[in-house]
Design a protein around this ligand. Sequence first.
Ligand SMILES: [Zn+2]
Ligand SMILES: [Zn+2]
Ligand SMILES: [Zn+2]
Length: 117
Amino acid sequence: MLRTVSRVVAICDDCGTTASDEDATVLAFADEADAFWVVTSEYGPDGYGAWSLLPGGGLVCHACYARSLCGDSGHDWHVYPCQCAAADQPSGCSELVRVCRRCDTAMTTHRDGGGQR
Ligand SMILES: [Zn+2]
Ligand SMILES: [Zn+2]
Ligand SMILES: [Zn+2]
């Protein structure tokens, strides 16, 4: 027989993405507690990271939570030698790249900032 059942999906209050698994299949949960438990688990619904409740209320995905943390307290920069030219020049291009460990924003010291060769 066919029967309609109501399921719970988790939607990011910031970017509007719907929680899905690592294959991008939208996850539907039996109830809100189940949904909350899965999306806020350590690796999140898709393995990229946990969703979080914001202090002011609202549920946001891993990427939006990282952006909001970086917006409040600045990026968690780590500096590496730029690898953009390493294939051509064994010594590299001698520029640096800064990568935020939290939100994955990357900036290089190249004048164009884009990391193109
Ligand atoms: Zn989001
Ligand atoms: Zn950041
Ligand atoms: Zn470079």
